[in-house]
Structure formats: structure tokens, C-alpha cells
Design a protein around this ligand. Structure first.
Ligand code: PGA
Length: 249
């Protein structure tokens, strides 16, 4: 059975007090036992969040990390630093990192290696832009993003990856992929993995959908056979909306 995961990407939202408030609200919610729930606060609040959620079933994860172990990289945070504050999972390759911070496939491949070397699970994000979708190139774009950053891994390492398909045109725009568009792409991604790693590995990898996922559309999207959960932005900032999505399976 593949893991079902709903992860909240808080992005650059919530200071310390707001983080504490939202966590208190999240702890009051009840999620289905078979769904792994994760939240990704900002770096400055990871330690506080980790402690506030100790003993709860909500995992605190990070939004990004640098590929180097340590050294002269002003403003960056390493995998070892994340581990030292209790983090076991990191989001890599978010489209905002790619677009605003010039993260290329080559940089992401290095980050993937560094995260795995530090035994971190990865939620690896990718997805096409609107122009790619309009020209019908979305599958080629997505296959390249996955191949370039991940397919150097052996099968055992690849099993530590959770994939998050996030069409850029649907992120923060209110425009969601239809459940059919999500399913078509997720099935294509699973086939692409199977071609390289075999069906057993492909069947074991959780593939999340991200992009304006909300309580009103999560049920239909999560009902699709190749959708194993969601990476949630805006709706993750409200405890009851977030748990409505967690409970949408
Ligand atoms: P959104 O963001 O749910 O606000 O569209 C999703 C994401 O960026 O992970």
C-alpha cells in the first residue's frame, strides 16, 4: 500500500506567534489514521513547531535546504542543521524556488543527493507552466524534470522520494487541474518511473497533487487511483480547511 500524505506548505507565512496559534488549532483537529499529515513552517519556526508537535501525529518538515554540508553559503541551511532540529523530510524543487531562486535540475540533483546522504525523505516538486500545457508539452517537461533531478538514483534510494506534481499555472491562482488532468499526469509519471525502476518501485511511490487544492475539490482529486495525497499551500494556513483536505480521501 502506498502512503497517503497531505502536506501543508506554509511558504513565507506565519511568524513565531502565528505558528504557535496555528499549531494549537491543528492539534485540535482529527485526521484519518491512514493519512500522514505534515506541515512545513519557515526555518525560524521549525524547532518551536517540532517541540509543539512532539507526541502528535503531525510531522514537521522543511521547505528547502542547501546541498552543501556546511561552509561559506551565507543565508543557507544544511541538511544536517535540519536533522539537528528533528526534521526528517524536506521539500525540494518547489516551482517558487525554481522561478525566483534559479534552482535548476542540476542544482536539485545535488540537493537530492545531499538530503538522501543525510537520510532525509524528500518531497520532490515539479510541474509544467501554462505555456507548456497550452502547447501540449506537459508530459515531456515533467518527464525531463524528474529524469534530470532523480533518475541518477538507484532503486533503493529512489524509494525515499515522494513526488509532488504541481502544475505552475494552478499554484496560488485558484485554478486547479481537473481531477482527470491530475490523474492523467500521475499515471504518466508512474509509467515513467516504471520504465526506469520497474513496476514494483513505481507502485510504491506516493505521488501528491499540488495547486489550489481546497476542501471543495480535494475529494474528487484524491479519489483518482494515482493520486496519493496533496501538497497544500493557501488552504494549509487554516486548520479546519487543512483537515477537511486531510479527511477528503
Ligand atoms: P496553493 O500552493 O495550494 O496555494 O496553490 C500549492 C503549493 O505551492 O505547494
Amino acid at each position: 500500500m502506498r502512503k497517503k500524505i497531505v502536506a501543508g506548505n506554509w511558504k513565507m507565512n506565519n511568524d513565531l506567534a502565528q505558528t504557535e496559534t496555528l499549531i494549537t488549532e491543528l492539534k485540535a483537529q482529527n485526521g484519518a489514521a491512514d493519512v500522514e499529515v505534515m506541515i512545513a513552517p519557515s526555518f525560524t519556526n521549525l524547532w518551536q513547531a517540532f517541540n509543539a508537535l512532539k507526541g502528535s501525529s503531525i510531522e514537521v518538515i522543511a521547505q528547502n535546504m542547501h546541498f552543501a554540508e556546511s561552509g561559506a553559503y551565507t543565508g543557507e541551511v544544511s541538511a544536517a542543521m535540519l536533522k539537528s532540529v528533528g526534521i526528517k523530510t524536506v521539500i525540494l524543487g518547489h516551482s517558487e524556488r525554481r522561478a525566483y531562486f534559479n534552482e535548476s535540475d542540476a542544482i536539485l540533483a545535488k540537493k537530492v543527493d545531499a538530503a538522501l546522504a543525510n537520510e532525509l525523505q524528500i518531497i520532490f516538486c515539479f510541474g509544467e507552466e501554462l505555456a507548456d500545457r497550452k502547447s501540449g508539452n506537459q508530459e515531456a517537461i515533467v518527464a525531463n524534470q524528474i529524469r534530470n533531478a532523480l533518475f541518477h538514483l538507484n532503486a533503493a534510494a529512489f524509494k525515499n522520494i515522494v513526488l509532488a506534481y504541481e502544475p505552475v499555472w494552478a499554484i496560488g491562482t485558484g485554478e486547479t487541474a481537473t481531477a482527470e488532468q491530475a490523474q492523467d499526469m500521475h499515471a504518466f509519471i508512474r509509467k515513467t518511473i516504471a520504465n526506469t525502476y520497474g513496476a514494483e518501485v513505481a507502485d510504491s511511490i506516493s505521488i501528491l497533487y499540488g495547486g489550489s487544492c481546497k476542501p471543495s475539490n480535494a475529494k474528487e482529486i484524491f479519489a483518482k487511483p494515482d493520486v496519493d495525497g496533496g501538497l497544500i499551500g493557501g488552504a494549509a494556513l487554516n486548520a479546519s480547511d487543512f483537515f477537511a483536505i486531510v479527511n477528503a480521501f
